[in-house]
Structure formats: C-alpha cells, structure tokens
Write a protein that binds this ligand. Structure first.
Ligand SMILES: [Fe+2]
Ligand SMILES: [Fe+2]
Length: 260
C-alpha cells in the first residue's frame, strides 16, 4: 500500500496549497492513504473543527497532532467525536481524544499512532513506554502500523526509530518543520525519517514571518507571530508498505514549491 505523509500544515497557506495540489499528487503517485500533521493548521497553532473537516475533505485520511493540540480550545468539544484525528498518546490520561486509531482501508487494517517527545517539550509520560503499551493493544489488529513521533531532539527521534524497528511499519518525525535527509529502511524493516518537514509559507522561519522572528531573536522580547506570505512549500514523504508482512519497501522525500 502506498502512503503520502504530509509535514505540519501551517495556517491558511498550508491548507490552501493542499486544496489546490493534493488531488493531483494523489493521482500522479497512485497514493492510497494520506496522513497529515495538523497541529498548526489553524492560524499557525492548533486545529479548529472547521479546518479539520476542510482538510479531511481534500483527501487526507488521518490527521495527527503534537504539542499545539490544545491551542484552539474548541478541540476539547470535538476531538472525541472525530475518528480521523489522533493526538499524542502520552498526554496524561484525563485528556480527551485518542493516541492511536485503526482504519480499515480496502480490507487492510492500518494503525496510526501519535506520540510526543519529552526533550525540549512538555514533560509527558515516557513515549517509549507508551509505545510499548499501545503496541500490545494494536499488534494483533493491524496489518500496518505507522507512528508520527512529534519531537524536537534528533537523538530522541532516531532512538524511537530503532526502538520500534520490526514492530512499526513506518516511523516519521514531525514538529521541527525542517525536513531531514536521513530517510531509510531500518534493519528489521521499519521505514524511518527524523522529520518530514512543513507544508506552509516557504520564505519564513518555520512558517512565521521572518522579520518578526529575527526581531524576536535580536530583542529577546515577546512579539506577536504572523504567518509569512509568498510561495508555499509542500513537504512530505511517499512510502510503500507490504501489507502482507507490515514491512516498509520504499521511503522517499517529497518537496514541491507552489504559488497560490
Ligand atoms: Fe508543528
Ligand atoms: Fe510541534
């Protein structure tokens, strides 16, 4: 089965570039399942109900989240009702929402898991231990297991790749908004990349207006963020997974620069 996995969608530019270009990417690459990280899709932080439905209508099958999951408060009201949305599983148990889901597509059961790292991020439950716990519940039910590991530190992400090697079909990193060039298939058959990057304004600092961020670094004062304008990039990976054994057979980076 062939997957397209899209890096953190940033604001309206990120949503609109997918509205305009996602159908042709799916068609031209024979994509059968689409996953996207939506933690920044509404104004750069969080995800409103309206924007989640908009993105799912463009051909995205599952939205994953990250440390910005709760930034739009309305998500508390709809996250339990939306089966196509997962948030990091290692948030404390009173949190609403779910850390993984299993979707039947063409008779193949696909588990999508979401975990957050703990290095330079809020001190959540151990992502490694949480993977272990969730995997025990998923492994007999899923033909394919895919993990979005939303984390900052490269070492934590690489370690998670090796920790899940041979158990997950594919582990991809999100959160840094910068795509890494280390995609590979690990020794036990797990496809891996440290970060798949960002889908949003290209001439920016991680999606935000570059002059605002430069000023913030130079003054060390809090400044209100605004998203950048101009050309918009799509960062993603295309991965093939053999559903008969859950192993990854191919993983490639995807980059496209678009004007809206
Ligand atoms: Fe992000
Ligand atoms: Fe993040």
């Amino acid at each position: 089965m062939k997957f397209l996995i899209i890096g953190d969608i940033v604001g309206r530019p990120g949503r609109h570039v997918l509205r305009d270009y996602l159908p042709s990417i799916i068609r031209d690459n024979d994509i059968e399942f689409v996953i996207a990280n939506g933690e920044n899709a509404s104004g750069g932080n969080g995800l409103t109900y309206k924007n989640s439905q908009e993105l799912l209508s463009y051909g995205i099958d599952i939205l994953t989240m990250g440390n910005h999951v709760w930034d739009k408060r309305e998500i508390f009201d709809y996250i339990d009702e939306e089966d196509r949305l997962v948030r990091p599983s290692n948030y404390p148990s009173p949190c609403p929402g779910k850390g993984y889901t299993i979707i039947d597509k063409k008779g193949i059961n696909i588990a999508i898991m979401n975990l957050s790292g703990r290095v330079f991020l809020p001190p959540l439950d151990c992502p490694f231990g949480t993977f272990e716990k969730d995997y025990m519940q998923i492994k007999e039910k899923a033909d394919i297991i895919i993990l979005d590991f939303h984390a900052e530190a490269t070492a934590e992400k690489v370690a998670m790749g090796w920790f899940t090697d041979g158990r997950a079909s594919l582990v991809f990193g999100t959160h840094t908004h910068v795509q890494t060039a280390d995609e590979k298939i690990l020794t036990q058959g797990t496809g891996y990349i440290t970060d798949i990057g960002m889908t949003g304004p290209s001439n920016s600092v991680l999606g935000v207006d570059k002059d605002i961020i430069i000023k913030k670094f130079m003054t060390q004062r809090p400044i209100r963020f605004e998203l950048a304008e101009g050309p918009v990039q799509i960062n993603a990976i295309i991965a093939e997974i053999d559903e008969t054994n859950g192993k990854c057979t191919s993983i490639k980076r995807y980059y496209q620069l678009c004007t809206l």
